[in-house]
Structures are given as structure tokens and as C-alpha cells.
Design a protein around this ligand. Structure first.
Ligand code: NDP
Ligand code: 2IT
Length: 444
């Protein structure tokens, strides 16, 4: 059996009931086959792949908190410190009832390669809890965040592990967590990113993932002879990534016509009204039915369905495995020319293969959504030098980073004989830097 197949089989055996983690590992290792097979004995002897698929450290802890009626609740919480070869662990915290160890491991594993692709010195990590912030009062969210940080603060720090936001963790949650960290550790340091602007946050971090997604998509289209201007875009999700992807798409002259949340979706042929969407989602924390109620051009549909709308460019920005083979078939049948992942692993493996086989340009999440973590690393730099950069400065660095990422994957795909396969390009380019650092640092 080849070394790659051996390690995939081991991961499945040693990590039972973690299908998302298996999926993420398979996708990466399949792409690396050509690299590994060129020097298989060396990689095998060093157990490089076994080391890269095994987290350096996994923290599991309980989070007790009290609701507004005095009832005590207990949630499961996780921080997986996956790989620190090229920098301190870096990655978000997901708060969603679906969170379990396998989900956090898939996200942490992806984060290693994503962070490497940014070109910045950040290792891979991820955390979160099965706590659901939806429908909770601000005080309940604060109670959870303080209890969560009371335990987590023992294991993180500005130079060791720097968490940030993800699904369910936005500015409010980061603020509560930062306050508790500072109170217990007595350190005013850049231990979290995505902080508010009044206490060490970076301008453009809120916008960064969505904006970065569009900068990379624009470059990918340009290099393949297309212009983003005038394109119809379907977006899924209605959270941080989706909102700022929609905003930047409009700024670049494209027309985003959909968005979705966990209960339904909007088709707005006139183009999404970003101010209204922000009001509904960021301020009121309400359902998309409220968007439809205030906008006569919008249709609201229950359930899923964004990918049935005819578009040139599809941007999945909600969650993992939300774009299936049937969705991919509908997109291709409707003439879609590009898919770029704003979310982490939103496209199933079969859907990705179908899109690529049908010549749809496909930018994988670990490249396309890397603008968020890249800007988090810029926030860390600003915290270290105790200065704040202007919006324009951060945004122009972000744009440069995204354009460079695209060319790195494009070049890596070409170098290894897989021109146009940006999935392989991203995995290979991300891996080579981490593998080089791991080999240089010996058996640790
Ligand atoms: P938010 O919590 O701000 O928004 C998530 C959106 O997706 C919401 O509209 C939510 O619906 C919807 N959603 C979440 N889970 C599901 C589900 N199981 N089924 C259907 N819809 C769902 O999160 P973000 O925008 O920050 O994150 C979106 C994706 O982008 C995630 O995959 C995340 O890992 C990834 N990402 C985020 C980055 C960041 O900087 N924030 C950086 C890179 C990637 P509802 O409103 O009903 O909850
Ligand atoms: O998936 C991701 O890259 C994020 N949620 C952002 C992580 C970060 O540290 O900014």
C-alpha cells in the first residue's frame, strides 16, 4: 500500500465517527500524492504524514453556566492545537449545537494549510463549543463566554495560541472572552483577534474574509479571461462572511442575488440590499423573513435552494457540505463558470469533482477564505507594535495577500502537472512550507 493510502486508512481507524475530519484529511492527502511519492521513503521514515494528521494537543473541557432563570447548563468545549511548525496556533472558535471533536479537528486541520498559504507566521488550531448563542440573552452569552474563557485562558496567549471568531462567535462574544482573559491573566495582549476597535481590534478584520474571497475570485476570473464586473453571483449564508462577500461583489460591479440562513433563503433579482441585510442579521439577529418583509423585490423560500438560481459565480459562505452533487449539477446546467468557497469545506468531495470535471473554476476554502485569518495575523502585528493601521493600509495588504495566494496555487498546480486544479495547488503549496519547517525542527 502506498504511504498516502496507509495514513488515510490509519486516520479512519484511529478517529472513528469523525467523518468531516476524514473528509478533510482525504482531500489534502490525495492532492499530496504526487509530492509524497517523489520522496516516499524519506517521508515515511520521518512519519511526516502521521505527525501532520495528529494534533499536537487537544483540550476538552466542560463549560457550566447559569441561564436567566437560574438553571445551570453544561456545554462541551474544545481547543485543538494542531500544528505550530510555522507559528503560534491560530484559528477561530465555533459556537454551534453541531460542534463536536471531529468538526473541530477538520477545521483545525484545514487551518494548518490555510495559514501557511497566507505567507504569515501562524500555525493551525481551532476550537469551540456546542453552545448555541441563538435565542440567548446578552447576559447568558456573557455567562457562557466567561466560563469558557476561565478554562481556556490557561492554554492560550499572544505567543502560543490566538483564537478568533467563526460561526456563532462574533464581536460580542470576542469582547466577553477578551474581558475575562484580561481579568484572570492580568495581561493586556493580543490573545484574541477580531477584537473591537476600541480595545486593539484591526480595521478591516470584520470585512476581511468576505472581501478577501472576492479579491481572490476576481484574480482567478481575470487570469482565466473573465471579468467579475457584470457577473450574477449566488451567495449562501447571511453571516459575517456572506455579508461582506456580497458587499465587495457589489463594489466590484457584480450582482449578488441570493443569501440564506439555517431556515430559509432569499432570491432578490434586483440585487441584495446590504444595508437591510446587515440590519436584519447584525443588529436584530433576526430571520431572513424580516428581509423579505421589508423588500418587495425579494422572494423568501423555506429550506435550501440557493444553488438552483442561475448564476455565473457561486460563493458558498455558510457551512460544511452545503453544496452537494445535485447542487453542482444544477450550477453547471445553469452555466456557472466559477465556485469559490467562503466557508470551510462547503462543497462535498463529489460536488468538487463534478465541478472540476465540467471545467468550472474552483477555489477551495483554504485559499479563498484565508483573508480572515490573514487579517487576524495583521491584527497580531499591530498589537505587537502597539499601533493601529488605517483601513486602506490593512485592506491593501489583504488584497495583495489574496492575489499572491491565487498565484501560489496556480503556480504549484502547474509545477506538479495539474494546471487549473486549484485544490491540488492549495494543498501542495500549503503543505510544502509546513513540511519544510517540521523537517528542519527535528522529531517534535
Ligand atoms: P456566522 O455565524 O456569522 O454566519 C453563519 C451563516 O451560515 C449564518 O447565516 C447561518 O445561519 C448559516 N449557517 C450556519 N450553520 C448552518 C447550517 N448548519 N445550515 C445552514 N446554514 C447555516 O459565521 P461566519 O460567516 O463567520 O462563517 C461562515 C463560514 O465561513 C463557516 O464555514 C466558517 O468556518 C467560515 N469562515 C469564517 C471566517 C471568519 O472570519 N468569520 C474565516 C474563514 C472561514 P443562521 O443565521 O440561521 O445561524
Ligand atoms: O476559518 C477561519 O479561518 C476563521 N474562522 C478565522 C480564524 C482567525 O484566526 O481569524
Amino acid at each position: 500500500m502506498s504511504y498516502v493510502d496507509e495514513v488515510i486508512a490509519q486516520v479512519i481507524e484511529k478517529n472513528p465517527a469523525q467523518p468531516e475530519f476524514h473528509q478533510a484529511v482525504k482531500e489534502v492527502l490525495e492532492s499530496l500524492r504526487v509530492v509524497i511519492e517523489a520522496d516516499e521513503e524519506k517521508y515515511r521514515k520521518d512519519a511526516l504524514l502521521e505527525r501532520i494528521v495528529t494534533p499536537e494537543r487537544q483540550l476538552l473541557f466542560r463549560v457550566p453556566w447559569v441561564d436567566d432563570k437560574g438553571q445551570v447548563h453544561v456545554n462541551n468545549a474544545f481547543r485543538v492545537q494542531f500544528n505550530s511548525a510555522i507559528g503560534p496556533y491560530k484559528g477561530g472558535l465555533r459556537l454551534h449545537p453541531s460542534v463536536n471533536l471531529g468538526i473541530i479537528k477538520f477545521l483545525g486541520f484545514e487551518q494548518i494549510f490555510k495559514n501557511s498559504l497566507t505567507g504569515l507566521p501562524i500555525g493551525g488550531g481551532k476550537g469551540g463549543s456546542d453552545f448555541d448563542p441563538k435565542g440567548k440573552s446578552d447576559r447568558e452569552v456573557m455567562a457562557f463566554c466567561q466560563s469558557f474563557m476561565t478554562e481556556l485562558c490557561k492554554y492560550i496567549g499572544a505567543d502560543t495560541d490566538v483564537p478568533a471568531g467563526d460561526i456563532g462567535t462574533g464581536a460580542r462574544e470576542i469582547g466577553f472572552m477578551y474581558g475575562q482573559y484580561k481579568r484572570i491573566r492580568g495581561l493586556y495582549e493580543g490573545v484574541l483577534t477580531g477584537k473591537g476597535l476600541s480595545y486593539g481590534g484591526s480595521l478591516a478584520r470584520t470585512e476581511a474574509t468576505g472581501y478577501g474571497l472576492l479579491y481572490l475570485t476576481e484574480e482567478m476570473l481575470k487570469c482565466n479571461g473573465h471579468d467579475i464586473k457584470g457577473k450574477t453571483v449566488c451567495v449562501s449564508g447571511a453571516g459575517n462572511v456572506a455579508i461582506y462577500a456580497i458587499q465587495k461583489a457589489q463594489q466590484l460591479g457584480a450582482k449578488p442575488v441570493t443569501c440564506s440562513d439555517s431556515t430559509g433563503w432569499i432570491y432578490d433579482p434586483e440585487g441584495i440590499d446590504v444595508a437591510l441585510l446587515k440590519e436584519v442579521k447584525e443588529v436584530k439577529r433576526a430571520r431572513l423573513t424580516e428581509y423579505a418583509a421589508k423588500r418587495s423585490s425579494a422572494e423568501y423560500h423555506e429550506g435550501r435552494g440557493v444553488w438552483t438560481i442561475k448564476c455565473d459565480v457561486a460563493l458558498p459562505c455558510a457551512t460544511q457540505n452545503e453544496l452537494t452533487l445535485d447542487d453542482a449539477k444544477a450550477l453547471v446546467a445553469n452555466g456557472c463558470i466559477a465556485v469559490a468557497e467562503g466557508a470551510n469545506m462547503p462543497t462535498t468531495m463529489e460536488a468538487t469533482e463534478y465541478l472540476q470535471a465540467n471545467k468550472v473554476l474552483f477555489a477551495p476554502g483554504k485559499a479563498a477564505n484565508a483573508g480572515g485569518v490573514a487579517t487576524s495575523a495583521l491584527e497580531m502585528s499591530q498589537n505587537s507594535e502597539r499601533l493601529s493601521w488605517t483601513f486602506e493600509e490593512v485592506d491593501s495588504k489583504l488584497k495583495n495577500i489574496m492575489v499572491n495566494i491565487f498565484h501560489n496555487l496556480d503556480d504549484a498546480a502547474k509545477k506538479y502537472g495539474m494546471e487549473g486544479n486549484y485544490v491540488a495547488g492549495a494543498n501542495i503549496a500549503g503543505f510544502l512550507k509546513v513540511a519544510d519547517a517540521m523537517q528542519a525542527q527535528g522529531i517534535v
